[in-house]
Ligand binder design. Structure first.
Ligand SMILES: [Zn+2]
Length: 398
């Protein structure tokens, strides 16, 4: 099987320890998967986002915090030290080998509530001076060194590949205005006051309603000049961060980068046209189910939810359902998958799609897999997803 056709599932460390690494790997192999991806750095979250874990024999839910599940050599770390937990990766490596699965490390980079708590100076800061409680600024040298330290420990394992995740700004364009970023931006001659004003308009739902969106550059034409400069600068900063990471891993293992889908990547500072400089393949994230049924719950009022869905469709250059009521009921239509993959194919990039299918009905999963075509796929994640749904994906692949 070629690397392009990878079918993998992300397992969290507690999936491996609760179910047993050998059981997890044998299950994956039996369901038609060929790759195990181990998330070696967690952050604060509930697993699963709602309901119970479908096949964990020990627990019905897990509340994770920021921990590193790698065999780390703390002495080699500079200012920022990792908070480690039980190291399951070696057993996972042995189990993967026995089940004839490839082993990938899935590394969350710029999201880390434990680091922000202990080293608040490296956190991202929003336009109003509010410090993020979990995002590290890619322009802070200590944060970069920390990423490279973790990557070095992961590379020592001799894995088949690494997926770099959360190498981005958080969605919503509000970051980063830390002292360092402001100084850098001002040096570039960017009018940050005007950018702040634009962000305030966005917050009121007024920012996304003008002009066409450039399909590759992503953001809207007709923006204030300073906003265009600032968005471009954010892209350059994330590309620069990722290039530094890639430099360390290139040639030693295959490197993939988790990215927002192409038409909305601009909003988190990621660039598909730049991707060949920083990875061997891209892993576009298609959060279909999450958007539809859970993420929207966090938007409070019905009006805000509708506004947000409409913005989302518009950013994807997808017409979406014709009425507000249908927006509400349908959420994100799976056909966006094919549209977005066509953009990536046109750029000549290899894509391994990342899907959350745990709360999608089986017929929708099969439709999504059809739309994914010959591209590889990663299921996010093993622990949340009922076996019959993973089985459907594995059977579809064969
Ligand atoms: Zn910053």
């Amino acid at each position: 099987m070629t690397a392009e056709a990878m079918l993998g599932a992300i397992a969290h460390p507690w999936d491996l320890s609760d179910e047993g690494a050998f059981t997890v790997c044998n299950n994956l192999r039996a369901m038609g998967f060929d790759t195990l991806l181990v998330q070696v750095k967690s952050f604060w979250a509930r697993h699963p986002p709602s309901g119970d874990l479908p096949h964990n024999p020990e627990r019905s839910e897990v509340i994770s915090d920021a921990r590193v599940y790698l065999d780390v050599d703390v002495k080699t770390y500079k200012k920022i030290k990792p908070v480690t937990a039980s190291e399951v990766i070696r057993q996972a490596a042995e189990a993967a080998r026995e089940a004839d699965l490839k082993l990938y490390i899935f590394l969350n980079t710029l999201i880390d509530d434990s680091v922000v708590e202990r080293y608040p100076g490296v956190a991202m800061v929003d336009a109003h001076g509010q410090r993020s409680n979990c995002w590290l600024c890619p322009n802070q040298p200590d944060a970069r060194v920390y990423t490279k330290n973790l990557l070095g420990d992961a590379l020592r394992l001799g894995v088949d590949g690494i997926i770099v995740s959360k190498a981005q700004y958080p969605p919503g364009c509000h970051y980063c205005f830390c002292d360092r970023c402001r100084a850098m931006g001002e040096k570039e001659g960017i009018d940050l006051g005007e950018v702040r004003l634009w962000l305030d308009h966005q917050d009121k739902g007024e920012g996304l309603n003008v002009g066409p969106i450039d399909p590759l550059i992503g953001y809207e034409r007709g923006l204030p000049e300073s906003v265009g400069q600032w968005l471009q600068w954010r892209r350059e900063r994330i590309t620069d961060y990722l290039m530094e990471v890639y430099e360390l891993a290139k040639g030693r293992t295959r490197v993939g980068v988790c990215m927002q889908a192409p038409r909305s990547a601009w909003s988190v500072g990621q660039s598909y046209p730049d991707a060949e400089k920083f990875c061997d393949f891209v892993s576009p994230m298609f959060y279909l189910g999450l958007w539809k049924r859970h993420a929207l719950e966090s938007f409070g009022s019905r009006r805000l939810k509708d506004e947000h869905l409409k913005s989302w469709y518009r950013l994807q250059q997808y017409d979406g359902p014709p009425t507000i009521r249908e927006f509400r009921l349908q959420g994100v239509d799976p056909s966006v998958v094919a549209q977005q993959l066509a953009i990536i194919d046109d750029l000549g990039l290899e894509a391994v799609s990342s899907f959350m299918i745990w709360d999608l009905p089986e017929e929708e999963i099969l439709r999504v897999m059809d739309l994914n075509g010959e591209h590889g796929a990663i299921i996010d994640c093993y622990g949340w997803t009922p076996f019959q749904k993973m089985l459907a994906v594995g059977a579809h692949k064969k």
